[in-house]
Design a protein around this ligand. Structure first.
Ligand code: NAD
Length: 484
């Protein structure tokens, strides 16, 4: 039986309280997770604090950078272990986790190691009242102990997206992985020890949100900043916890992202792009498309082509050849998604394809499987179109003009991402300027250069991470002024 223990000050810490971790493919038991109590979280935060001022602070930047590169190598050396752990926790196809989750998990350390070695510094030469001069320069210091609270959809990728820059900037971290995906954060502890990252720099506490490790961590007064990826309502709760002590937050939250297809788009590429943005990772990608707007002349043809794509997915065990569609993360999440499937029908949607649970052979018949689903015909004020479902589904509506689609696209409280398909450069640039989102892809989706900014507008987030933008959260700027 696997056991996922807390990783505190370089050591594995058991708890008297455990909870089950199940594989969503067939609901089989993966192992037991040791739930951190308030005192475990306290020990982890104090270990992080000690390392912050001690062993970690004593390293030269070059030594820190070398360690980050060693973490990259350490993940790559155990690539198959990380892959197996991520796939067991999430049920996602091998082909997806092997191409996306694990390589990006490693790359997130490399990109920030390289960045921190080359980060530019601001200086000003200033004229003073007495006709003298002063030199101003900025010093970047680590923010401190960072609380990292993570979701389950891209566990290693999204966790290291925060741990990478945090460590590169000289902070120490306490990570609270999702209760549904404890494995890869735990495995990373083994890598940290193996490559010689000092004890206390990277800590993991397992558990849930309210009245559990998530709340204990975010409320802890010795946590200097909280970076969180997850639902907007959870962000609100964490923001309240962070208000005590006026601690800064960096939030990557939910979305209800539009996919916009103009009639002049390269049709096949647009269909393939929207199929990917809607259904990849079984629709459990924050950047994914759940609202599709297609210009009227190609509407019917587009709906038919996307239907064909949705029906071509191969569901099955993650390791089986050709499988490109996994289950949802859990039976509990499937209940939520199926609630929207039912609501769509009740509101009179045309179910173009899917809409329920597929028939799977034993033992997968008790897994969290769900059909890729497409609807048309719902009014724009339907909760199915306004609320984040986080499943493999989209509603497709026709539009006529650019102005109309901009209004529709901007009409939810979210503002994470958009994908636009057109061959008209003018339209592309105008959409880039008009859509209220943090990330706007034209003729592409999820095309990431890790040096660029990442984050959401409106209720989809606070702040930007990625490249130098991560420095804004993971460091404090100190200005030093020297009268010459
Ligand atoms: P969630 O908000 O339910 O949980 C995320 C994490 O927060 C978990 O570790 C959970 O235990 C913890 N948590 C819950 N309540 C808490 C509390 N009161 N205090 C402290 N911690 C608490 O999100 P999820 O279901 O794991 O992930 C799906 C959501 O994440 C979706 O809304 C999705 O859009 C969002 N997401 C956003 C991005 C982005 O970059 N914007 C990326 C991935 C996922």
């Amino acid at each position: 039986m696997n056991e996922f223990k807390n990783f505190i000050n370089g050591k594995w810490v058991s708890s008297s309280k455990t909870f089950e971790n199940r594989n969503p493919v067939d609901n089989s038991l993966i192992g037991l997770v040791h739930e951190a109590g308030r005192e475990d979280v306290d020990a982890a935060v104090k270990a992080a604090r000690a390392a912050l001022r001690g062993s970690w602070a004593q390293l030269k930047v070059e030594e820190r950078v070398d360690l980050l590169h060693a973490i990259v190598d350490g993940i790559n050396q155990r690539f198959d272990d990380f892959l197996a752990a991520e796939v067991a926790d999430t049920g996602k196809p091998h082909v997806l986790a092997g191409h996306l989750d694990i390589p990006r998990g490693a790359a997130n350390f490399k990109v920030f190691a390289d960045l921190i070695r080359n980060v530019p510094n601001e200086t000003f030469s200033t004229e003073t009242h007495d006709n003298g001069r002063a030199l101003n320069y900025a010093v970047r210091v680590p923010r401190g102990v960072i609380g990292v609270v993570c979701p389950w959809n891209l566990p290693l990728l999204l966790m290291t997206w925060k741990v990478g820059p945090a460590l590169a900037c000289g902070n120490t971290v306490v990570v609270k992985p999702s209760e549904d995906t404890p494995a890869t954060a735990t495995l990373l502890g083994e890598v940290m020890n193996k490559v010689g990252v000092p004890a206390g720099v990277y800590n993991v506490v397992h558990g849930f949100g309210p009245d559990s490790a998530g709340q204990f961590l975010t409320e802890h007064p010795l946590v200097d900043g909280i970076t969180f990826t997850g639902e907007t309502v959870t962000g609100e709760a964490i923001m309240k916890a962070a208000a005590k002590g006026v601690r800064p937050v960096s939030f990557e939250l939910g979305g209800k992202n539009p996919g916009i297809v103009f009639a002049d788009a390269d049709f096949d590429k647009a269909v393939a792009g929207i199929a990917r943005s809607t259904f990849e990772n079984t629709g459990q990608v924050c950047l994914g498309t759940e609202r599709v707007y297609v210009q009227r002349p190609i509407f019917e043809r587009f709906v038919a082509a996307l239907k064909q794509r949705a029906e071509a997915f191969k569901l099955g065990r993650p390791q089986d050849p050709g499988v490109n569609f996994g289950p949802l993360i859990s039976l509990q999440h499937r209940e939520k998604v199926l609630g929207y499937y039912k609501m769509a029908k009740a509101e009179g949607a045309v179910v173009v394809t899917g809409g329920g649970v597929p028939a799977m052979p034993e033992p997968m018949n008790v897994g969290a499987w769900i059909q890729p689903t497409i609807w048309t015909g719902l009014p724009e004020n339907s909760p199915v179109i306004r609320e984040e479902i986080f499943g493999p589904c989209c509603h497709i509506a026709p539009f006529d003009t650019e102005e109309e689609v901009i209004r529709l696209a901007n009409s939810t409280p979210y503002g994470l991402a958009a994908t636009v398909w057109t061959q008209d450069l003018g339209v592309a640039h105008r959409m880039g300027a008009a859509l209220d989102v943090g990330l706007c892809w034209i003729n592409s989706w999820f095309l990431r250069d890790l040096r660029t900014s990442f984050g959401g507008a409106k209720q989809s987030g606070i702040g930007r991470e990625g490249g130098v933008h991560s420095l804004e959260f993971y460091t404090e700027l100190r200005n030093v002024c020297i009268k010459l």
